[in-house]
Write a protein that binds this ligand. Structure first.
Ligand code: 3PY
Ligand code: MG
Length: 254
């Protein structure tokens, strides 16, 4: 539970994968690789309340930090996945300080928020008592607001000012869609790359953590050059398709 915080506090980049496929055997296979964390995606991925519990437990058993992206404005789910043991909740489409305050209210205990008491499962998952969990969890877990629209960018300082927001996760696809007003994304393209750099810079100035999604090692290395704290590389569909591709390439009969 404390490793994610330790990595972040010591300035180490957290390397994450990204999964929306819920089968535990599949997650076990991904968790064998050199990831510090995995994002479990309830927004565009297939996790429901049952599969997300199993997935979180699967990752905790393998020493990987479970980071959960909830569907848009599902504050009930934000609290529940923390009760299930998520170490970060990622809220998509946080566009205003009001959105950010609702997010904090669901993910923080008093006095910062109004998270309802129910920590027994998470505490036992991490092998600690509920009191220890309560005294530590607010320090060990992250509320990450996704900045992925022009409106969110315009309101960035107000969002960062909300106490209890630990940092942002940049969604490069939606950000480009919003800026270009074109449904075909151009992640990290010419229209938004300077915006991405500015988001990272302003977060750092505000003392908040930065996280971002990347598709491949080229964009991941670019993000590392910007000193982004949590970098996710690829997603389950590409892990699978690249694996299949590598199995089939080199056959001399196709
Ligand atoms: C985006 O790029 O919009 C994301 O949400 C990352 O998955
Ligand atoms: Mg998005």
């Amino acid at each position: 539970m404390r490793r994610l915080k330790q990595l972040l506090d010591t300035g180490n980049t957290v390397l994450s994968g990204w999964c929306g496929i819920t089968d535990p055997r599949y997650l076990e296979a991904v968790a064998e690789y050199d990831f510090d964390a995995l994002v479990l995606d309830m927004q565009h991925g297939f996790f429901d309340e049952t599969s997300i519990q199993n997935a979180i437990a699967t990752l905790v058993a393998r020493g990987k930090a479970p980071l959960v992206r909830i569907p848009i404005q599902r504050w009930d789910t934000a609290s529940r996945v923390m009760d299930f043991g998520a170490l970060a909740v990622i809220a998509p489409m946080i566009n205003t300080a009001e959105d950010a305050r609702a997010f904090v209210s669901a993910t923080r205990f008093v006095p910062l928020g109004n998270r309802s008491y129910g920590p027994r499962h998470a505490a036992s998952l991490y092998g600690i008592g509920t009191e220890e969990y309560l005294s530590e969890f607010d320090q060990c877990s992250l509320a990450l607001a996704m900045i992925e629209t022009r409106e969110a960018y315009q309101n960035l300082d107000d969002i960062l000012d909300v106490e209890g927001i630990d940092g942002v996760l940049i969604g490069p696809g939606d950000l480009s869609i919003s800026f270009r007003q074109n449904p075909i994304p151009d992640a990290y393209g010419v229209d938004t790359i300077d915006v991405v750099k500015d988001i990272v810079k302003r977060c750092k100035e505000a003392g908040k953590k930065t996280a971002a999604f990347s598709f491949n090692t080229v964009t991941a290395n670019m993000l590392n050059g910007l000193a982004v704290d949590i970098i996710s590389v690829g997603l389950d569909v590409t892990y699978l398709s690249d694996g299949v591709k590598s199995h089939l390439s080199g056959l001399d009969f196709r």
